[in-house]
Ligand binder design. Structure first.
Ligand SMILES: Nc1ncnc2c1ncn2[C@@H]1O[C@H](COP(=O)(O)OP(=O)(O)OP(=O)(O)O)[C@@H](O)[C@H]1O
Ligand SMILES: [Mg+2]
Length: 309
């Protein structure tokens, strides 16, 4: 049987600014009900990709189709089926929470009565009922992000496009956002999400696309990506004498050794022998844990922060 038609497809998207190719031949699909995460270092091209998917930035080449429609000719019809939360909030500072939702709904051409009916549920969903009359400046960062999410839902979209929806939020606010996004997935909505939080990517996303310097460098389910790129066990060593371990015979216990700051990371199939060898070293601290998405990210994109051109 054929796989169901993708809800959304980007094919061979490329964007150049001057001499720099910031998105380079990028293709991906989103299935109905799927959450696709896009991860990559600062400047990797995530927001540029999102903007091309929304018809806000014109690609130099490539195409975007959504729900059987194509950009740019069907831009209005596609936008009517999408909910968007941009990287930086674009709430109207002069309007209350309630008015922000109403005005945005009207922008989609929805009748005022219909939007008014939806507002209490949207405010409740965003845990902002008590702030209905507050203006964005009177909200916390987490509340503003939730209002942006509520606003993105005003037109009951099939696909939500969320550019770093939880950046700047404290752990509690982030957990609340995750819970809300899980609810939306349970309701059958699809999500395209960018994030710098690897736990968020692992928890929420069915599939991940890893970008670096405009290119797709890996794609797959979080667990599969970890299993295919990394040894299962990680031993972190830090404290007194840690950096001396890098060139010591203990290195033989690990398939790969990385250094980040003052911590040495040993990636290994079997941590027992290594942990045994590292025991009884006063001042040296060790942490044994399974490999995770952060390890994958660092392996694929490098541990050093790159200076952008
Ligand atoms: N309008 C523009 N004009 C020129 N260069 C741009 C423009 N928009 C983005 N860029 C460049 O394109 C590259 C990718 O930027 P983009 O915002 O897509 O990255 P990102 O992956 O979203 O990064 P972050 O994680 O910091 O949000 C960067 O080098 C950026 O400077
Ligand atoms: Mg960005």
């Amino acid at each position: 049987m054929d796989a169901p038609a993708p809800l959304f497809a980007a094919r061979h998207l490329t964007k150049r600014y001057g001499a720099a190719t910031v998105v380079n031949d990028l293709s991906f699909e989103i299935a109905p009900g799927e959450c696709l995460g896009v991860i990559g270092p600062n400047g990797a091209g995530k927001t540029t990709t999102v903007r091309m998917c929304l018809g806000q930035t014109e690609p130099d080449s490539g195409e975007v189709t959504a729900m059987g429609l194509s950009l740019p000719q069907d831009a209005m019809a596609i936008k009517a089926r999408l909910g968007v939360v941009t990287q930086f909030d674009t709430l109207d500072p002069d309007f209350t929470c309630q008015e922000n939702l109403l005005v945005y709904g009207r922008y989609f051409g929805l009748p005022a009565r219909q939007v008014r009916e939806r507002i209490p549920r949207l405010l409740e969903f965003a845990a902002l009922t008590h702030k209905a009359q507050a203006r964005p400046a009177e909200l916390s960062g987490g509340m503003r992000r939730r209002l942006s999410l509520a606003r993105a839902l005003v037109n009951d979209p099939a696909l939500l496009v969320l550019d770093e929806p939880t950046t700047g939020l404290d752990p509690q606010a982030r957990h609340l956002m995750w819970e809300r996004l899980q609810l939306l997935l349970q309701q059958g909505k699809s999500i395209l999400l960018t994030t710098h939080f690897m736990d968020e990517a692992e928890r929420l996303c069915h599939r991940l696309l890893v970008m670096d310097q405009g290119r797709k460098i890996a794609e797959g389910r979080p667990r599969d990506l970890i299993a295919s790129h990394l040894e299962p066990d990680v031993v972190e060593a830090y404290g007194q004498g840690a950096l001396d371990l890098v060139d010591s015979p203990l290195r033989a216990h690990a398939a790969r050794v990385e250094v980040s700051g003052e911590t040495v990371f040993f990636y290994t199939q079997d941590a027992r022998a290594l942990l045994q060898a590292l025991s009884n070293r006063p001042g040296l601290r060790t942490l044994h844990r399974p490999a995770n998405l952060e390890d994958l990210f660092l392996k694929l994109t490098g541990r050093q922060i790159r200076e952008e051109a």
